[in-house]
Design a protein around this ligand. Sequence first.
Ligand SMILES: C=C(O[C@@H]1C=C(C(=O)O)C=C[C@H]1O)C(=O)O
Ligand SMILES: NC(=O)CC[C@H](N)C(=O)O
Length: 837
Amino acid sequence: MGEQGMESLPPLPRCLILDYYDSYTNNLLTLFTQLYSDEEVLRKVVVVKYDHYDWETFQRLILPNIDCIILSPGPGRPDKPSDIGFALDLIRQHPLPILGICLGHQAIGVAFGAKIINVPLIRHGHVVEVFPTDPSSDLFAPMPGHDVQASFAAVVYNSLVVDADSLPANLTVTAWTDPGSNLSTVMGLKHRDLPIWGVQYHPESISSTCGSSLLFRYIEAVHRIYNHPASYPRLETEILDSCAYRIATRQAKSAVSTQNSEIPRKLPSLPVEPRASSTHASTSRAASHQTSSARRAFSLVERSFEESGRHRSTADIFDSVIRCRASLKSGAMGEIWLDGESPTRATTTSLACPNFLLTYALASQTVTLRTPGKVLRSGLGTATTFWDWFDQAQQSLATPRSEIGGWKGGWVGWFSYEMKQESLQGYKADHRGDNGKSSLDGLDACWSWSDWLLERSSTGRWTLRAVIRAADAESLPIDAGVGKLLHQAGVSVGLLESQFDTLYSTISAALNDSMHKLESRDFEPFHIQPDTDGPAYRSSIEDCRESIRQGDSYELTLTTSFNAKLPPGLDPFHLYLQLRKSNPAYYSTYISFPSVVTPSGRGIYILSSSPERFLKIQVGESGRTIEMMPIKGTRKRLKKGVCACSLTSGCRRQSPGAKVCETERARIDEQIGQALQDDPKERAENLMIVDLIRSDLLSCCIPSTVTVPKLIALESYGVHNLVTTVRGCLGDAVSSVVAVKRCFPPGSMTGAPKLRSVQLLEQYEGNRQRGIYSGALGYISADGAVDLSVVIRTMVIQGNALSLGAGGAITWMSNADSEWAEVLTKVESVVGSLFSH
Ligand SMILES: C=C(O[C@@H]1C=C(C(=O)O)C=C[C@H]1O)C(=O)O
Ligand SMILES: NC(=O)CC[C@H](N)C(=O)O
């Protein structure tokens, strides 16, 4: 070493990132793609779980075939063998250049004899100022052409830190935070003689600066150690295959990619044929979309109803067309209303009567097909998960892709929170919450299929959309999977052209039936009670804070459940009509499956007013985009009609509703929102989940495409919320269902790091199953488009039992009283004055 830094980008060495099941590890890839192309990074950099190989195998198979190592951040302690695996041996034997980040950095300290202590001030998700001891050299030297800076801003996620007083002589401190104060801690280390470096902060965080220059200088140092070869070989396939999530390098960033399957195949991307003015639905054009090499049984059609029904309310149409028309309801499994009443974002509404349901029981690993006349079960066996089985089902019933947004027919349903057992890598079955109360009993996932739907655009026009089955189409394979079940039950998927025509006429008549009147019904308020009372919840908050203090978690979304017995005769639909008025939300949804029986009785009904997007997949010109919009940070609003006037505000009359009162109320409400957006605790809560969501998306996206177009924006619906938008382009080989699986459960409902937080929360929530609450709800369109909400602010009714989950993110800075008040605010935003509690 000792040579002047090279001023050009070195070729990329083969780099293995050892992942401690942290929820930020994949973000390191974005530092690489700021320097190198996606193709190069996906060929040369691999993320492998720290327990994927044992030490002996790692030394034999991996070490000889890589050039450098990054040790990731992670939960727990570097001096605890189960948390750190073989890293201490790796560092002590220092076979290759190593860069440790956060937990990895602390492991470097421990490996050479330093002590780990608690930080004087825990500030997960906060931006701190880092002061390199020599900002002009080694890993902190600026990028070529940039000025030397005495300090830079970076995000920290640590509870623990290397004790500066215990450092052995062979380790040097390279950076500090808060130098000279009693908050000062070690932010960087390096070995005096060996190519081993560590940083305590998170260079990969969205709000950290100088991350790519650190990586650049590390790669430059690695390159120097290998005497500047012209290039490095690509990683061997076996090593690439040991990555938890592979993204296809082939055709990275290509235009529209294939629908599905881990084996990429080229299918044409086809638009839906609009049939706005035709009264004869012809499927011939749709059918002609099929190519002989990729023949599909199903296609999409749509036909508008022009002015019909335009002046009637959506609730009225839902009641008259979907709920009351016997000819449409016979043969249906229930009613679906993807409502989407949003004051700030334009939405479409979809109404449907599904033909069949697929439900999944985690405990017995059994899929059940439910049709109006039949119930058929099929065991999955232990070799597969429902996610993979359902992925195949989705693919076998898929239509060609359409660039038109929204649900075009196909699946509507949910994955309950417990489906994490089959999606979350490293999840330990013995921590499962299945000894807790389960009321879902076999509805851990539930996906209904609708051949057709009635859609209202944001301008009010109604359109019939359908999945069409070509009369001469080959039938589905019936030897396994969904095809076998559907065949046994005698269900055929998709409408024939003639059926579409008849349906169009029937619905047209119903839309024009102005005699229909939607009755509104009053009902008695009922009593809703929390599962956990305030003191018990406060005590769980302290448990969460203790886990955070010990370094096991950075943030935990603690939840509880509120329950009520409904008065006899209460129709959930009428309760939903009240909810959509009192708490309009982007993802408001009503689902009714009256024939499904659970331990609480007959029928399951979902009444959702979720404002939160979990995940949306759209097909666009440049490929499939995936977007997630986590919410963190919630405050009560000052509602319309409340007089907030004070003596100083100039309103003397103090009469709620008066114009001057309303102006004052709006001003104070805006101030509350602004204060939320400016609050460092709330911003940190949001940032922690944003970094986690970026890492989730990197498990299915081309790395350089993952961006954050909107960071910590204020959205005010029923409550004030802070919302971030994270977006990326899906990798070619990642199907829609696989993308959902890789990001499930929603990070805003777990906290970070996801795996460790999920398992801790199971303990702190008394092994209670969260059920549909905290899961994902929405559509997976026949063409692979997806839009799912995070299931919050949602009433689930089974028989006469109503449950409503609520919770909030706990960080070190949480105050038990205000967290409990936040939970009650969320509950109130849903049940409001309907209930006494
Ligand atoms: C846990 C809930 O909400 C989650 C927690 C939030 C928060 O802590 O601010 C906000 C939205 C959700 O991601 C809930 O509504 O029950
Ligand atoms: N982000 C991290 O790697 C955290 C490391 C360690 N668990 C701590 O809390 O200090």
